[in-house]
Design a protein around this ligand. Structure first.
Ligand SMILES: [Zn+2]
Length: 64
């Protein structure tokens, strides 16, 4: 039975190689770490968008 037709081969989203169960959905620890580092890197680069003083929002607390 051609079962392989229904089961799509999962591939590493980073490099496209066949993934490994241990590091899924990636193909290796390298790719997994790369993805993690990417997230961390973006987290550091993106400036935190928070107001210096949320005085305007304080008014809403009195409502009610
Ligand atoms: Zn990979």
């Amino acid at each position: 039975m051609p079962n392989e037709a229904s089961a799509k081969p999962r591939r590493c989203p980073l490099c496209g190689k066949p993934r490994v169960e241990e590091y899924k959905p990636f193909c290796s620890r390298g790719c997994r770490d790369r993805d993690l580092n990417r997230w961390f890197d973006e987290g550091y680069r993106v400036p935190v968008d928070q107001p210096p003083d949320g005085t305007a929002d304080d008014d809403r607390f009195d409502e009610g």
